[in-house]
Design a protein around this ligand. Structure first.
Ligand code: UT7
Length: 331
């Protein structure tokens, strides 16, 4: 099977900066606690732009960077777990803005693992010669799902979007994906059902969803459980994808992990036995932007001229589900 060629990247970062200090005004916390426990100093919050506008902004930059236009795109695959609408999906909303009329428009949701999943789907479309040029996007506005009275979670998340224009490439590509659905309660956010449907039977599970207290409509997380899962899942996924490719992790040029918590990244790196100099992070200034973290890192590295053709890059992540995934590709 063939690989991928990323011909353009772009990102959108909201202008508003929420510093750790700002959180001390409404929750019991300190800059020191947040910095030492998470590695995060500040994050961006979108006070005005909805998710799909942020996604479209990242796409416009990726298209310009690739030197192509919306009409040249055959499919848009969007990863998001924080959409503005149940339907239409975010890919349709973005398509309408960037002038990619008529192309396929698909949303996927594997939470924070989403960009890796979307890229994997894109790669398989490209390898099968179904589409020639695919816009792979992650756009997240998790701050609209956060409980700002929950000090363990509200300090973690930020908003943002990242995009990559992808075509078939001649380099290598390996991937692995997985999920532990039995850990669903460790990280979730429930939707709101209508309460006035007279036909609901209200069996136990449905009743539980319908009668969810308002507080539980926000992101719910068992931080410790997610932390422990993340370290093992990321290390295992990288081991697996390295074994498939025949590479040692230190043969790779660059590792971009999901930007959840610097301590999670450091513990996973230790398990993987990888040299820290190969790893890129931006969580200190961006916080956790869910599935947008990885394409935003890619766009920043690209802009800084740090991505070179032929580089072997590993992406690795985890998220609600709980899901996990990793891929290695030649840039
Ligand atoms: O994309 C995936 C999204 N989720 C994650 O990545 C979450 C992964 N988990 C984590 O990043 C960490 O578990 C947290 C950052 C959420 C928490 O860090 P921790 O080192 O696991 O802290 P903890 O839960 O063990 O809490 C230690 C103490 C507790 O107080 P007590 O019970 O010891 O008195 C917490 O109530 O720290 C307290 N605490 C805080 N203190 C000050 C929790 N949040 C805060 C806070 N400021 N913001």
């Amino acid at each position: 099977m063939s690989g991928i060629s990323i011909i353009g990247t772009g990102s959108y970062l909201p202008e508003f900066i929420a510093t750790n200090e700002m959180f001390t005004k409404f929750i019991e916390t300190t800059d020191e606690w947040i910095t030492t426990r998470t590695g995060i100093s500040e994050r961006r919050i979108s006070p005005d732009k909805p998710n799909f506008i942020m996604g479209a902004e990242a796409c416009k930059k990726a298209l310009a960077n690739a030197g192509i236009e919306g009409k040249d795109i055959d499919a848009i695959i969007v990863s998001t777990c924080s959409p503005d609408f149940f339907y239409p999906n975010t890919a349709c909303l973005i398509q309408n803005i960037i002038g990619a009329d008529g192309c396929a428009a698909i949303d996927i949701n594997t939470a924070c693992t989403g960009f890796i999943t979307a890229l994997d789907i894109a790669r398989n479309y490209l390898a099968a010669d179904i589409y020639k040029t695919i816009l792979v996007v992650a756009s997240e506005r998790l701050t609209s799902q956060i409980d700002y009275e929950d000090r363990a979670s509200c300090i973690l998340f930020g908003d943002g979007a990242g995009a990559a224009v992808v075509q078939k490439g001649s380099g290598l590509y390996y991937s692995t994906m997985g999920a532990k659905g039995d850990m669903l309660r460790d990280l979730y956010c429930k939707v709101e059902y209508n309460r006035n449907n007279p036909f609901f039977k209200g069996d136990d599970i449905l009743k539980d969803i319908i009668n969810t207290p308002q507080k539980e409509r926000y992101l719910q997380m068992d931080g410790k459980a997610v932390y422990k899962f993340a370290v093992d899942a990321m290390a295992d996924a990288v081991d697996k994808v390295c074994a498939q490719s025949g590479f040692d992790i230190n043969d790779l040029d660059l590792v971009i992990p999901h930007q959840a918590n610097i301590r999670i990244i450091q513990s996973a790196l230790k398990k993987m036995n990888v040299d820290e100099s190969k790893v890129y992070t931006n969580l200190e200034t961006h916080g956790n932007t869910s599935s947008s973290c990885i394409p935003m890192c890619l766009a920043e590295l690209d802009e800084a001229g740090r991505l070179k053709r032929g580089m072997k890059i590993c992406l690795v992540g985890f998220g609600a589900g709980l899901t996990y995934g990793a891929c290695i590709f030649e840039y």
